[in-house]
Design a protein. Structure first.
Length: 108
């Protein structure tokens, strides 16, 4: 819905779903294209989980939690832009950051 064609067809009102997103500047635009990119990152995580692909391993094979933490933080940021309390909405899943931090500590 945030790709350029669909965004134009919907009357360019979809960004109203994110009333708390940052204002665009000359250096950084927070427009439909930016939101589309963020949602695409999140969708890639969803696809990897749905296809039982690893989300905590890097290439070459090593334990790396940065991918999972990055995607989780992006989700929480978008929730904030929508005025949603992500911690309450994802009650029971808030341990993801803590679990990743514990994994990282074990690797040090």
């Amino acid at each position: 819905m945030f790709s350029n064609i669909q965004y134009l067809l919907t009357g360019q009102v979809l960004l109203k779903a994110f009333p708390y997103k940052p204002k665009s500047t000359k250096q950084q635009r927070f427009d439909n294209t930016y939101v589309f990119g963020e949602l695409d990152y999140i969708n890639n995580l969803r696809n990897r989980i749905a296809h039982h692909e690893p989300i905590c391993f890097g290439n070459p094979v090593c334990i790396d939690t940065s991918y999972a933490k990055n995607r989780y933080n992006r989700i929480m940021t978008l929730f904030g832009w929508m005025g949603i309390d992500g911690a309450s909405l994802l009650y029971g899943l808030g341990h993801i950051s803590n679990a990743c931090d514990q994994i990282d500590k074990l690797l040090q």
